[in-house]
Design a protein around this ligand. Structure first.
Ligand code: URA
Length: 481
């Protein structure tokens, strides 16, 4: 029997070194007892496994899967991972391709749980401000389900490089002093101060984006489990918002009952009913889940999360923007920031109900350049647009909209595969190979950037007219079908 004592729960280097030595010595998995000691445990045997000589031949995918799954809160994980590595080393190079293999399955399940927890940490962790020696410091309390702090700390370093912060969790803490990342023991919720100006900001922001007509308490709780609510300042607002939701919906409906205007889009409503991204298990929801793991280009790394498209699976109109902005990146939904609000207003004026439209972007991660505490939008380049195109293509394949409305040059390039001068091609019905129709117009953020009120209002009216024209194109298409 061999006993291996790792320095801590995610002692990846220690596990790797021991595994390499034991695999090269052909030690069977059931001959090893794995345990976790203290960081100061001088007898920890992992340290004794100096880099072993020999050819250690394990596919990269197995190593990457192990690096993720080792973060799972599963006592048997060291042994389970060892079994896979030993099998791969003995010649089963494609063992991960066998999805029915129970040893592969259980490790994949661990990795999946870690990825889900990682997503929650990136989405729901909130810093509070603390004054320390006259300087501002940020502290966050988070309760991960797995041992994910060490692997995720570099993400928060990149994201909040200019701040001095600590992330405290029950099993480990991470500290960034602006130049160096360090780890310490776990902490208590009471170690985090509870008053903060940032809280008011988060609460107000959350209330402003909360749409009562879309309230699905079950879905909301599964996406943002109650366990996280107590650490989210904005969650204070949730019970009240839920209580007032039906009243607010009625108010919205009443507003909708104003004297009816011409309704060119009745067919859109009828067809939009198919399950969209909100419906768990729908093809679109599954695509969105897979996109969350996308590593096709480096934009995923500094971004908070993927921002997938949203809307009904049977939408006749698909609006395609460039990429999520700062607020979309934080909230995880497309077009919710300033450009989104302008788009909403223009859609309403064009008598297009956003709920009937599928809204997405050519690129699904926010590309930005950090400047001080701000994140400045950076235009995605062709490589990034192409790297992201499988997701947009999959959305188009799944939704099969009658018309693609391309908002600005990036969307036009992504869909038409060439550089497009908006002013030259705007407002024309373009027939794509395969027969789908497309239509180019400006991006709403172009309107936000215009310098004077006169051009703003002129261009806004032209944008609304384009959206109306898009609605009539789809009506023509549907009438001819
Ligand atoms: N701009 C975009 O192109 N997409 C968004 O989702 C937000 C702003």
């Amino acid at each position: 029997m061999r006993a291996v004592t790792l320095a801590h729960e995610t002692d990846w280097q220690g596990w790797r070194r021991a595994t390499r030595a034991l695999v090269l010595a052909e030690v069977a998995a059931d001959q090893i007892i794995w345990s976790v000691g203290g960081e100061n445990d001088l007898l920890a045997e992992s340290a004794a496994f100096a880099d072993a000589a020999g050819t250690f031949n394990v596919p990269r995918a197995v190593v990457e899967l192990s690096e993720t799954a080792i973060q799972a809160r599963e006592p048997e994980r060291f042994a389970w991972l060892y079994r896979l590595v030993l099998r791969a080393h003995r010649g089963e190079r494609h063992l991960l391709d066998d999805a029915a293999d129970p040893e592969v399955q259980r490790v994949q399940r661990l990795a999946q749980a870690v990825r889900r927890d990682t997503h929650k940490m990136r989405a729901f962790l909130r810093f509070r401000t603390v004054q320390e020696d006259g300087a501002q410091r940020y502290v966050a309390w988070f309760e991960p389900s797995h041992f994910i702090v060490e692997a995720n700390a570099p993400f928060f370093v990149r994201r909040f490089a200019t701040m001095t912060w600590s992330i405290l969790t029950p099993y480990r803490s991470a500290h960034w002093n602006g130049t160096e990342l360090s780890f310490g023991p776990g902490a208590q919720p009471a170690d985090v101060p509870d008053d903060d100006a940032l809280e008011a900001y988060w609460r107000a922001y959350f209330s402003s984006i909360f749409n009562p007509a879309r309230l699905k308490v079950g879905a909301m709780q599964s996406e943002m489990p109650k366990k996280y609510w107590r650490n989210l300042p904005e969650a204070v607002a949730i019970p009240d918002l839920i209580r007032s939701a039906s009243g607010r919906t009625e108010q919205m409906l009443e507003q909708d009952m104003r004297p009816p205007k011409a309704m060119p889009l009745a067919p859109l409503r009828a067809r939009a009913a198919q399950a969209g991204t909100e419906a768990k298990g729908s093809p679109l929801a599954e695509l969105a889940e897979r996109a969350a793991e996308c590593r096709n280009c480096p934009l995923w790394e500094p971004a908070t999360q993927v921002v997938f498209g949203e809307g009904p699976g049977g939408a006749r109109l698909m609006l395609i923007g460039e990429q999520p902005g700062d607020q979309e990146d934080l909230v995880g939904r497309p077009f919710v920031g300033p450009a989104g609000q302008l788009l909403d207003r223009a859609l309403e004026e064009a008598e297009i109900d956003r709920q009937t439209v599928y809204v997405t972007n050519a690129v699904k991660h926010f590309k930005f350049v950090p400047r001080g505490k701000r994140r400045i939008h950076a235009k995605p380049d062709t490589v990034e647009i192409v790297a992201c195109s499988p997701w947009l293509n999959a959305e188009r394949e799944t939704v099969k909209p009658g018309l693609l409305v391309l908002l600005g040059a990036t969307a036009a390039r992504a869909v038409l595969g060439r550089a497009v001068t908006i002013s030259r091609e705007r407002g024309e019905r373009i027939t794509m190979p395969g027969g789908q129709a497309a239509f180019v117009t400006v991006h709403p953020s172009f309107l936000l950037r215009l310098p004077d009120e006169e051009s703003k209002s002129r261009e806004y009216r032209a944008f609304v007219a384009d959206l109306r024209r898009a609605a009539s194109i789809i009506a023509e298409i549907d009438a001819a079908a």
